[in-house]
Design a protein around this ligand. Structure first.
Ligand code: ADP
Ligand code: ZN
Length: 217
């Protein structure tokens, strides 16, 4: 049983690593960003409320995210643990999470801003299965087509330059303080990236090592 939070700026690799880590640990990845994109696709009440914030690169209001996450964590597949990708993103959310569940460890992805901006602009995602690619270094075998499911790749609206700038600003203001918060709780592990083309597998190995050292797996 291990409960993990992935923390770090947009484009740091939270989703990329979480989806590779999860099968190794036999637990699900829960991405609030993905949950929102699904809700928007299906035109649900949550989707309707969240859409305008997401398109502008702003955070969705805490009460909406917290309620959505609470419901997701009630599903059976979380009984052996989970990886949270994109939650918490504010101090309010971190405090709410404490009421819902006990987190074991927070993996903080330390990535320089110039790498982040290059990565986000080159990021593409599968419309069908959500797999993440990057035109710079994590290319699909066939242009515009998902390796895993043959789905069409697209660029998220919030990966366009204006929204990227706003997301980074919001990250610094609202989310970066969580680093201190989790250091003080003795839960933070830092994983550093210094090159844009570091293979995800290499970083995932580092994370696995760190989890072992902490006696969590
Ligand atoms: P990234 O980590 O690359 O920024 P995500 O897919 O995690 O992208 O999130 C996309 C968008 O969904 C965010 O910019 C924000 O608008 C919204 N969102 C996701 N998670 C949260 C959250 N915990 N709190 C508020 N908004 C969120
Ligand atoms: Zn796909």
């Amino acid at each position: 049983m291990v409960k993990i939070v992935m923390l770090g700026p947009p484009g740091a690799g939270k989703g990329t690593y979480a989806t590779r880590l999860a099968p190794k640990l036999g637990i699900p990845t829960i991405s609030t960003g993905e949950l929102f994109r699904e809700n928007i696709k299906n035109n649900t009440e949550i989707g309707k409320k969240a859409k305008e914030y997401i398109e502008k690169g702003e955070l969705v209001p805490d009460e909406i995210v917290i309620e959505m996450l609470k419901q997701r964590l009630q599903k059976d597949d979380t009984k052996n643990g989970f990886i949270l990708d994109g939650f918490p993103r504010t101090l309010e959310q971190a405090k709410a999470l404490e009421e819902i569940s006990d987190i074991d460890v927070v993996i903080y992805l330390d990535v320089p801003e110039e790498i982040i901006i290059k990565r986000l602009s080159a990021r593409r995602q599968c419309k069908k299965c959500g797999a993440i690619y990057n035109l710079l270094y994590l290319k699909p075998k066939v242009d515009g087509i998902c390796d895993k499911c043959g789905g069409e790749l697209y660029q998220r609206d919030d990966d366009k330059p204006e929204a990227i700038k706003e997301r980074l600003r919001v990250y610094e203001e609202k989310t970066a303080p969580l680093k201190e918060y989790y250091i003080n709780k003795g839960k933070l592990i830092t994983i550093k990236t210094t090159k844009i083309d570091t293979p995800p597998e290499e970083q995932v190995e580092k994370i696995m090592e760190a989890l072992k050292q902490k006696g969590l797996i």
